[in-house]
Design a binder for this molecule. Structure first.
Ligand code: MG
Length: 273
């Protein structure tokens, strides 16, 4: 049976340079993959709005996974059949793994009285305020504010009160995650669960091929996808050690950072004769 490789890749620090966001080192290999019919699926913490811009620049027409596995966007007619469990939305078949952000905003509203003046969150902040707090340009702040599945909270109170706040969120069914700057309030999802679902769908839709997954990532939030992929590629980061994995077989670590390491590994695995 013919083998079909499917590449799942993190963006920041993996396909895109950690500092400059450049993807120049992968341009020619992405072309080559497209000619060979090997799909490259972004699997990222970024939002749908951010992805629409980036995949345009990368010339990708494949499905993509947003907000750390919260949802998969599949261009309609990408597969012969609409996958079971998806809804149609603005030109995509959408598979959701987590309640939408409106649900979490509702939960935060119920906590306003108990924690008044102690937090602010994106849906209730102006673009100008988000830009102030994040240091992003107003354009990028606007894109970052379009999260569909998670709500970033800027905690303004003390640590003891924050612990109570987190507990209240967990009681309400959230899985709050502390990022560098914000407490992200969302349901449980991860990049591995989304990879597995999409790989199964590929296999179902292409029974004549044997599908396998190659995952590439540089960070802690890539561990779940690196653990479940047929082949795990850890991309070296200039700022953090490679993500630690439980698995030891079929794990490769790049010699170069970011997109240069990406091109190095994919070239060696798929195109080296
Ligand atoms: Mg990364």
């Amino acid at each position: 049976m013919k083998k079909q490789h499917i590449i799942f890749t993190d963006l920041d620090g993996t396909l895109l340079d950690h500092h400059s966001y450049s993807f120049a080192p992968v341009v020619s290999i992405l072309d080559k993959l497209q000619q060979e019919g090997i799909p490259v699926i972004p699997n990222t913490s970024k939002t749908f709005a951010e992805l629409v811009e980036i995949r345009g620049a990368l010339k990708l027409t494949t499905p993509f996974i947003v907000e750390n596995g919260a949802a998969i966007y599949i261009p309609t007619h990408f597969f012969p059949q609409q996958p079971i469990g998806t809804i149609e939305k603005s030109g995509y078949w959408l598979k959701e793994f987590s309640p939408r952000v409106e649900h979490w905003v509702g939960v935060l509203d119920t906590l306003q009285a108990a924690f008044s003046e102690e937090f602010e969150h994106f849906s209730r902040m102006s673009v100008k305020r988000i830009s102030e707090v994040t240091g992003l340009s107003e354009h990028d702040a606007e894109l970052a504010a379009t999260r569909e599945y998670g709500e970033p909270v800027n905690w303004l109170g003390d640590q003891a009160s924050k612990t109570l706040f987190i507990h209240a969120l967990e009681e309400a069914g959230a899985t709050p995650l502390q990022g560098g700057r914000f407490l992200h309030v969302s349901g449980y999802s991860d990049k591995g669960q989304a990879l597995t679902w999409l790989l199964n769908e590929y296999q179902k839709q292409h029974p004549d091929k044997q599908c396998d997954s190659i995952a590439l990532g540089d960070g802690q939030n890539d561990v779940a996808m690196l653990e479940v992929a047929s082949l795990a590629i850890r991309i070296l980061s200039p700022t953090t050690p490679p993500p630690e994995l439980k698995r030891t077989n079929k794990v490769i670590t790049s010699h170069n950072f970011g997109p240069t390491g990406w091109a190095e590994c994919i070239e060696a695995i798929l195109f080296k004769q």
